[in-house]
Design a protein around this ligand. Structure first.
Ligand code: PGA
Length: 251
């Protein structure tokens, strides 16, 4: 019922030239794929190159962040409208690295999410607990705070435009993936939060991706969980073969 999505978050990797080389290798490896949506999120400066290189394929391109205003005196920022003009179809919002290192808050996540939806950019809204929060038994409280913050003032229709990524911070870039069961437990909880706020029908339709050390050798186990609708992949999305192996998780 929910079509899976495999998304690559390149973080601060890949120049334009490297982006072109990635697509040259990647496109043929995923040419016949229909079972899932494929998204690549390059750095701002490589977005245009990615969109050109992805032309004629089913791969869509997303940004990793945006500002909520259309334009203004915000040195160093990029607006959603600028991304739309490039041909971007989505945007990652509230990644834990932005929360940890760049002062992203639940409130800014909410502003960006609403601005993205207004521009018909599909937001991938990230949430997840740190190791300390998990060990203190606060995982659900943190997810609830992040969910309520991100979704504040969203209408049911606006909510139906988003994707959620559950990314436990302790699993990102550490090689320590959440077990499929641990991930599914949090996904289920996020879906309960969604049902309480937006109703069971919309909650059962929202795709919830898992992120945190997803690799070709653990994707199958994760995707076998009914609650897991895809993956947000960092490190393993940088290599065309490994990202294609993740996209082709079915066999
Ligand atoms: P990772 O990153 O796959 O390298 O752990 C995931 C992410 O940060 O989205």
């Amino acid at each position: 019922m929910r079509k899976p999505v495999i998304a690559g978050n390149w973080k601060m990797y890949k120049t334009r030239v490297q982006t072109q080389a990635f697509f040259d290798a990647f496109k043929p490896l995923v040419a016949g794929v229909h079972h899932c949506g494929i998204v690549v999120a390059p750095p701002f400066t490589s977005i245009e190159a990615a969109i050109e290189a992805a032309r004629g394929s089913a791969i869509s391109v997303a940004a990793q962040n945006m500002h909520w205003e259309k334009e203004g005196a915000f040195t160093g920022e990029v607006s959603g409208a600028m991304l739309v003009e490039l041909g971007c179809e989505g945007v990652i919002i509230g990644h834990s690295e932005r929360r940890q290192y760049f002062c992203e808050t639940d409130e800014s996540v909410n502003r960006k999410t609403r601005a993205a939806i207004a521009l018909e950019l599909r937001p991938i809204v990230c949430m997840g607990e740190t190791l300390g929060e998990r060990e203190a038994g606060r995982t659900q409280a943190v997810l609830q705070r992040q969910f309520d913050g991100a979704m504040a003032a969203l209408t049911v229709d606006q909510f139906s435009r988003i994707l959620i990524a559950y990314e436990p911070v302790w699993a990102i870039g550490t090689g320590r993936t959440a077990t499929p069961e641990i991930a599914a437990e949090s996904h289920r909880y996020i879906r309960e939060l969604a049902a309480a706020r937006f109703g069971p029908e919309r909650a059962s339709a929202v795709p919830i991706l898992y992120g945190g050390s997803v690799k070709p050798d653990n994707i199958r186990g994760l995707m076998a969980q009914e609650e897991i609708d895809g993956a947000l992949v960092g490190g393993a999305s940088l290599d065309a073969r490994s990202f294609a192996a993740i996209v082709n998780y079915q066999g």
